[in-house]
Design a protein around this ligand. Structure first.
Ligand code: SF4
Length: 411
């Protein structure tokens, strides 16, 4: 097979491995439970030397990420598009063994496989695509911090993810080893900005994936943030429960719940991700009192289908995750094969509204290029006016009238 050139990833993940599996199990870092039949047969076939405890250890999952095409080709049969040479700007390849076990080995059209296995279409760069489509750099008062909205900031605490999504908005940053060594200095600068800006009441910790950091680093960071009186809410943006559910340990959730009110935004893509492992991880997070919201990018050939998304959103509600955002895919270089027309998102939302519980329907948003912020888009329900009456269109496309009249105040 042709050897492909991808940028190499970090040799060592930021969550520092420590001790034996037995020690980690005693500390609550490894979940002592049986494997799903799928995971077990995958483990036996591709990691015959590893134990169930290894598989359930998130450090083992990080150490054994699939990071090159030759390792990947031992597990899945690569198509011609997947074998193609990628350009040097492409994101690194990295997939946890757990998430690899969810991929269809024989079918390149498998929706999950499309999201994590590079294909030759990534070489198609369109003129309107942008390295920093959300203009985060221009709204960055210091390294690691984006201050776009008045009362909240985005704190990019790491550039590392266990598994890289091929359509990542921050492909310019993630996996680039930019902050491997200077994290403490960067965090201090960001924290001092937050301390001096009393209007900031909401901090979203993101990256990269913050839950790839060790408990010690997370504790240090959350503890510092919690000491800032005007920071009311802390949110963590992560994909760990989906690609690395082993990360959600009793030690982690016990530590996180010390910093309430703490919310979690989880990146979900497809109902195939709702495995017993991910369901158990979300249950642990919910039991720690952490409210969860989902974020999903609308992706052509992956999830641009009402029935697929309805299954995802219904499944999320069952595990106490509120479907929150459905994003139009950002114009990142090499992602045109993922983008759907904006009408597709509107069509999906209008096929859900009224046909299922209101809280199962996320907001469909475009994050406007250049730092304009998120703009929610809605199917048009106002058809016009007839005198004082609004003419509305309901979910069944029936035209209905609403008397838009208020009684004048009597003084
Ligand atoms: S998990 Fe998020 S930050 Fe990491 S590669 Fe995927 S989209 Fe990008």
């Amino acid at each position: 097979m042709q050897q492909l050139s991808l940028m190499d990833d970090e040799e060592k993940p930021p969550g520092s491995p420590s001790g034996s599996v037995v020690e980690e199990q005693q500390r609550g870092m490894v979940r002592p439970r049986a494997l799903s039949p799928r995971s077990e047969s995958f483990l036996r076939e591709f990691f015959p030397e590893a134990t169930i405890n290894d598989w359930n250890n998130w450090h083992w999952q990080l150490r054994n990420r699939i990071k090159d095409f030759s390792s990947l080709s031992r597990i899945i049969q690569l198509s011609a598009e997947e074998k193609a040479q990628l350009s040097s700007h492409s994101m690194p390849l990295s997939i946890t063994p757990y998430y690899t076990s969810l991929l269809d080995r024989w079918n390149p059209d498998d929706p999950l496989r499309k999201t994590v296995v590079p294909v030759s279409e990534e070489n198609n760069i369109l003129p309107e695509e942008m390295v920093d489509p959300l203009g985060e750099h221009s709204n960055s008062p210091c390294d690691s911090l984006v201050h776009r909205y008045p009362d909240r900031v985005l704190f990019l605490v790491t550039d590392f993810c266990s598994t890289y999504c091929r359509y990542c908005t921050r492909s310019r940053l993630v996996g680039r080893r930019l902050d491997t060594f200077l994290w403490r200095e960067r965090w201090e600068r960001a924290l001092s900005y937050i301390e001096t800006h009393t209007e900031i009441r909401d901090v979203l910790i993101s990256g990269g994936d913050p839950l790839t950091l060790s408990e010690e680093k997370l504790f240090w960071l959350l503890n510092r943030l919690r000491k800032i009186p005007h920071v009311e809410v802390i949110r963590i943006g992560t994909k760990a429960p989906v690609v690395l559910p082993q990360r959600i340990t009793p030690v982690l959730t016990s530590m996180l719940k010390m910093f309430h009110p703490l919310w979690m935004s989880i990146h979900f893509t497809h109902p195939k991700e709702l495995t017993p492992e991910t369901i158990e991880a979300c249950n642990q997070i919910a039991d720690a009192g952490i409210p969860m919201l989902s974020q999903t990018v609308l992706l052509a050939g992956v999830n641009d289908n009402v029935e697929v998304l309805k299954r995802l959103f219904h499944g999320l509600l069952k595990i106490r995750v509120k479907p929150y955002y459905l994003y139009q895919c950002d114009p990142v270089p090499g992602t045109s094969h993922f983008r759907t027309p904006v009408e597709k998102g509107l069509e999906i939302v209008s096929s859900l509204q009224g046909f299922t519980s209101g809280f199962a329907v996320p907001n469909f948003v475009i994050d406007v290029p250049g730092g304009g912020g998120k703009i929610p888009l809605f199917p048009n329900r106002i058809l016009g006016r007839d005198g004082n009456c609004l003419i509305l269109n309901n979910f069944e496309e029936k035209q209905l009238r609403y008397p838009d009249i208020t009684t004048p105040c009597k003084n």
